[in-house]
Ligand binder design. Sequence first.
Ligand SMILES: Cc1cc2nc3c(=O)[nH]c(=O)nc-3n(C[C@H](O)[C@H](O)[C@H](O)COP(=O)(O)O)c2cc1C
Length: 366
Amino acid sequence: MMLNPRILTPYDMAGRALKNRLAVAPMTRVSATAAGHATQEMARYYERFAQGGFGLVITEGIYTDQKHSQGYPFQPGITDDVQARAWRMVTDRIHAHRGVAFAQIMHAGALSQSNRFVDVSAGPSALRPKGEQMKFYYGAGQYPVPRAMTEEDIADAIEGFAQAASLAIKSAHFDGIEIHGANGYLLDQFLTDYTNQRNDRWGGSVQARMSLTLEVVKAVRQAVGVVPMGVRISQGKVNDFEHKWPEGEQAAEVIFGSLSDAGVDFIHVTEFEAWKPAFPAGQNSLVSLSRRYAPKVALIANGGLHTAEHASSVMEEGADIIAIGKAALANPDFPRRLASKEALDEFDASILGPIANIKNSELALA
Ligand SMILES: Cc1cc2nc3c(=O)[nH]c(=O)nc-3n(C[C@H](O)[C@H](O)[C@H](O)COP(=O)(O)O)c2cc1C
């Protein structure tokens, strides 16, 4: 299939001009200082994507507070002005190449593997997460059983997202905010039936399980005002790849519809293979369901979309932006290669081993 030429055309994302429809997907690289400050090495790493032609660069998940949000050692944070200012090295380099930079803000919840502020993890319910900690983020063995969050913990988490978003815009000079609602982290733990067994207003129906994400959206909007702001949503999780929403398309209607009603500027959907049907029954992908139930919201699609064929097919289903993960690690100049029909380098998984931190060999690529 031919490349849909719209992919290389500009896009207005809630008032920010993107030079094309290609974004770098958020990717954790555990390369900050132990105190969670972004580094020169990270600035160079992110710069390569803007230099290589990506219109939008979404950062790795950045922890939001000095309580339970941190997930990994050497994960960058944005919990105070010093951490926020360290990100200016990154945003300056992205801006120097006419790139737009969004901060992904995340709370690890029960999937925390390391936290220098508190000794216990916290999640919706005191249930041990499935699976094992990720070795390439310095983890080993089972996840600990989290503490079930109190009303006060929940209020702190919401406040953390709002403050982190404010610091990201005002001190770090990011152009927009992506709230991490996907992949098994705190907001997704609340959304997921089997990790959220609460009997209070935060648990029960899909609408109730979605309410924490919607409260975070509201608080972040209040904190940042009119800047691009959206939420990343998935079915699969880092510790449960195959998960499907048990309510099927009805869940999609509630989730995407309520995000649209809450006034997000964009929804970022991610699936292992984004063009495939989202549920065993039915043909609709998560991209097309998001387009259907949030028709006016900008739509970022991610998951195996580095071929012209797949990227073009999700554009036809209504995606506005295509986010590229592993293929961007292998080809920081992916947009240029796509435009000139140059062959792509294969993603080499050894970049992410034994630890997923930034490797010197990557920084040479431009
Ligand atoms: C090393 C690595 C780190 C990742 N870290 C994050 C993250 O911090 N936040 C997030 O939302 N997704 C994260 N992801 C998922 C990617 O954003 C993306 O969804 C995934 O790589 C699939 O897209 P792809 O097929 O283009 O690689 C990570 C993926 C990789 C490979």
